[in-house]
Design a protein around this ligand. Structure first.
Ligand code: HEC
Ligand code: HEC
Length: 257
């Protein structure tokens, strides 16, 4: 990052942490959100101290309601399964996934607040943008589709859809969708698993699978995935159709603090 970029980042972080300290607001929320008596409905407060308001520090990068940033770098978080979002927030907070600004923002946040944030974005369903045009040729796209939808037994690759859902919209509560994401983001995530920069709870099935993908196959499947349109009412599937072909630690982590 150049000097100007670093300067902007520090300014940006300073303004986030200075103006609306979401960590502090989280503990406040924990106190004020306790209902007065069982059965009394928890009415939204008319004052602008809402979760949405506090999460402006997130949507500054992730776009309104978490619909994705404008330039393909900040991923969409809206509508992803809540357990998946929660696992990622824990991972950034605890340093098993790396992105400095998020690590700072999340540091010290209690699990209960991270669950609240995850539920908030999971329940948001802003419209999906149309997919970017692809420059990949037909053979590349077909290779990509084949790996995603059918797998490649010769490489011990199960279909990605076996875990990410037939519609590739993820499976609640802990598997994310693979469409509606920019190609650069997908490439970066698979690259991060190969290099060990991104890890999920052991057994880390995605690390195992990423190692079995050649660069050409990563290229093919991300080209295909990023060119798929997403139906506006797409939602994660509610359950696996068959047992997952590999064991994934993330699938059992969701309920843990
Ligand atoms: C300075 C910009 C920035 C801010 C502020 C920010 N994020 Fe992020 N966020 C990113 C980037 C960039 C990534 C992708 C990092 C990577 O490459 O792994 C990301 C990734 C994520 C992911 C993982 C998405 C996925 O599909 O795996 C979640 C969840 C997330 N952010 C939630 C939040 C929340 C909640 C906040 C507010 C507490 C927040 N972010 C604040 C830039 C930001
Ligand atoms: C055995 C189940 C399983 C299979 C098969 C599988 N995945 Fe995953 N994938 C997961 C799980 C679980 C996660 C969430 C990991 C975490 O919590 O960080 C994940 C996460 C991802 C992510 C991160 C998405 C994001 O928003 O950051 C990408 C990209 C991905 N998988 C791509 C693939 C591709 C490509 C294939 C096929 C080659 C594939 N996966 C096959 C279980 C699977």
């Amino acid at each position: 990052m150049g000097r100007v970029g670093r300067h902007l980042l520090l300014w940006f972080l300073g303004s986030l942490l200075g103006s609306s300290c979401i960590a502090g607001a989280g503990s406040e929320e924990a106190q004020t959100s306790t209902p007065a008596a069982p059965g009394v409905p928890h009415l939204p407060q008319p004052v602008p101290d809402t979760l949405e308001q506090r999460l402006k520090s997130c949507t500054a990068c992730h776009g309104p309601e978490g619909r994705a940033g404008p330039d393909g770098y900040y991923p969409r978080i809206a509508g992803k399964p809540s357990g998946y979002l929660y696992n990622q927030l824990v991972a950034f907070r605890d340093g098993t996934r790396h992105y400095l600004p998020m690590g700072y923002l999340l540091s010290g946040m209690p699990a209960a607040y991270l669950h609240e944030i995850a539920d908030f974005f999971s329940n948001a369903h802003p419209a999906y943008a149309a997919p970017a045009a692809t420059s990949a040729n037909a053979a590349t796209l077909e290779r990509g589709r084949l790996i995603v939808e059918e797998g490649d037994a010769s490489l011990q690759l199960p279909a990605c859809s076996a875990c990410h859902g037939r519609q590739l919209q993820g499976i609640a509560p802990a598997v994310p969708g693979l469409i509606g994401l920019p190609r650069d983001y997908l490439n970066a995530q698979l690259g991060a698993w190969k290099s060990g920069r991104r890890t999920a709870r052991a057994p880390d099935c995605m690390a195992t699978l990423a190692m079995r993908l050649s660069d050409a196959d990563v290229n093919a499947l991300t080209a295909w995935l990023a060119s798929q349109p997403v139906s506006q009412n797409a939602r994660p599937a509610l359950q696996f159709e068959a047992p997952a072909p590999l064991e994934c630690g993330s699938l059992s982590r969701v309920a843990l603090p």
